[in-house]
Design a protein around this ligand. Structure first.
Ligand SMILES: Cc1cc2nc3c(=O)[nH]c(=O)nc-3n(C[C@H](O)[C@H](O)[C@H](O)COP(=O)(O)OP(=O)(O)OC[C@H]3O[C@@H](n4cnc5c(N)ncnc54)[C@H](O)[C@@H]3O)c2cc1C
Length: 304
C-alpha cells in the first residue's frame, strides 16, 4: 500500500478546504493537487504545489503587463514556436513541486538531474519503513544480449520463482538485522545513520522535488523514453499525465517536438535528402557507423 489510512485522511483534509487566489490556476492541475498517484508496488508521485499555466508561458515570452494571452490558437502557436526553436526560458516560468516515494536505486538515477531542488527523508533521523520494491513477475527479465544497458525477455519457470524468492528473502533479512541493530532493547542500539548501510537498494525512500517546466521536460524526455529503465519510466509516465493536464498546450508541443521527434546528424540528414531524390542508400554508402545506421533506421521505421 503506497499510503496509510492516516496519510490518505490528511490528503483528503487538505483537498476539502479550497481557498481563493488571484494567481494563475490550472483547472487540470487542481484535479491532481495533493492526490497520490500509485507507482510500482509501494511508490507514488503527487503534486504538492505548482506555479503558472500555459498562459504564464506566453505572458513571459511577451513580457506582458496583464495576463498577456491572445486567442487560444495564437497562444498555442507561440508555445509551439518557442519549443521548436529551443527558446526555453519562458517554460522556466512554470514550476512544480512533487512528493515522490521511490526505491533507492531509482532515486540514484533521478538525482542525476541536478537542475531541481530536493529534500529527502532523513534515514539518520528517522527509521525507514519495511518497504521494498519487488518487481511483478512480468518485470523480471534476463540481461539483454543486444544492449548491455538493458533487459531482454521475461524470465520464466523455476528461475523466475528463485529470483523472486531471493529478492524477498534478502530484503527481509536485511531489514530484520537493521531493526535488530537499532533496537535499544537491552543494548545501546546502533545509530540509524550507520544501521541504514545494511539496507538494500530496493528499499523505498521519499523526497520533495521541485523543478521548472523546462528542466522537467528535459527529465521527461530522457526518462519517459522507451529506452529508459522501466522502474523510472513509470514515474516519468505518471508525471507526463499530470503535466498534460497542467499545461496542455506546452505538453502537446513537447510530445510532438521532443518525445515524438528525433534529432538527426548532418550525415543522417544528407541520407534522407539522397533517399528523397530516389537514391538507394545503404550503411556502407551512408558514411555512418553500423550503430548509427541501426539507430537511423530505427528512427525512420519505428521511433519506439
Ligand atoms: C539512458 C541513460 C543512461 C545513462 N547512463 C549513465 C551511466 O552509465 N553513468 C552515469 O554516470 N550516468 C548515466 N546517465 C545519467 C546522465 O549522464 C545524466 O547525468 C542524467 O541524464 C542527467 O542529465 P543532465 O545532466 O542533462 O540533467 P541536469 O543535471 O538536470 O542538467 C540539465 C542541463 O543543465 C546543464 N548542466 C547542469 N549541471 C551542469 C554542470 N555542472 N555543468 C555543465 N552543465 C550543466 C546541462 O546542459 C544539462 O544537460 C544516464 C542517463 C540516461 C538517460
Amino acid at each position: 500500500m503506497p499510503l496509510s489510512a492516516e496519510q490518505q485522511a490528511e490528503i483528503d483534509e487538505q483537498r476539502s478546504q479550497p481557498g481563493q487566489t488571484l494567481r494563475a490556476v490550472s483547472p487540470g492541475m487542481e484535479q491532481h493537487l495533493y492526490k497520490a498517484q500509485p507507482v510500482l508496488d509501494h511508490g507514488f508521485v503527487r503534486v504538492i504545489d505548482y506555479m503558472g499555466d500555459d498562459a504564464a508561458i506566453c505572458q513571459a515570452a511577451r513580457v506582458s503587463y496583464g495576463r498577456g494571452t491572445k486567442s487560444v490558437q495564437n497562444d498555442e502557436g507561440l508555445i509551439r514556436y518557442l519549443m521548436r526553436h529551443w527558446h526555453s526560458t519562458p517554460f522556466e516560468m512554470c514550476e512544480i513541486k512533487l512528493h515522490v516515494k521511490l526505491p533507492v536505486f531509482v532515486a540514484r538515477q533521478w538525482i542525476r538531474h541536478r537542475t531541481a531542488n530536493v529534500n529527502e527523508y532523513s534515514a539518520r533521523y528517522s527509521i525507514l519503513d519495511r518497504e521494498f520494491y519487488i518487481p511483478a513477475p512480468e518485470h523480471i527479465n534476463a540481461q539483454s544480449v543486444v544492449n548491455n544497458q538493458g533487459r531482454g525477455g521475461v524470465l520464466e519457470g523455476d528461475e523466475a520463482a528463485r529470483v523472486l524468492e531471493i529478492l524477498k528473502a534478502d530484503s527481509h533479512r536485511c531489514y530484520d538485522n537493521y531493526e535488530q541493530m537499532i533496537s535499544q532493547d537491552g543494548q545501546d542500539g546502533l545509530a540509524r545513520e550507520l544501521a541504514r548501510m545494511n539496507l538494500p537498494a530496493n528499499v523505498y525512500t521519499q523526497w520533495y522535488w521541485k523543478v521548472d517546466l523546462h528542466n522537467l521536460f528535459h527529465f521527461l524526455r530522457l526518462r519517459a523514453d522507451a529506452h529508459a529503465q522501466y522502474e523510472i519510466r513509470v514515474y516519468a509516465d505518471a508525471i507526463c499525465a499530470m503535466v498534460a493536464d497542467w499545461v496542455p498546450a506546452a505538453y502537446r508541443a513537447f510530445e510532438d517536438y521532443r518525445l515524438g521527434g528525433a534529432t538527426m546528424s548532418g550525415k543522417a540528414l544528407d541520407c534522407v535528402r539522397r533517399m528523397l531524390k530516389g537514391e538507394e542508400v545503404t550503411q556502407e554508402t551512408s558514411g555512418m557507423s553500423k550503430g548509427e545506421w541501426r539507430e537511423f533506421m530505427g528512427v525512420l521505421n519505428d521511433p519506439a
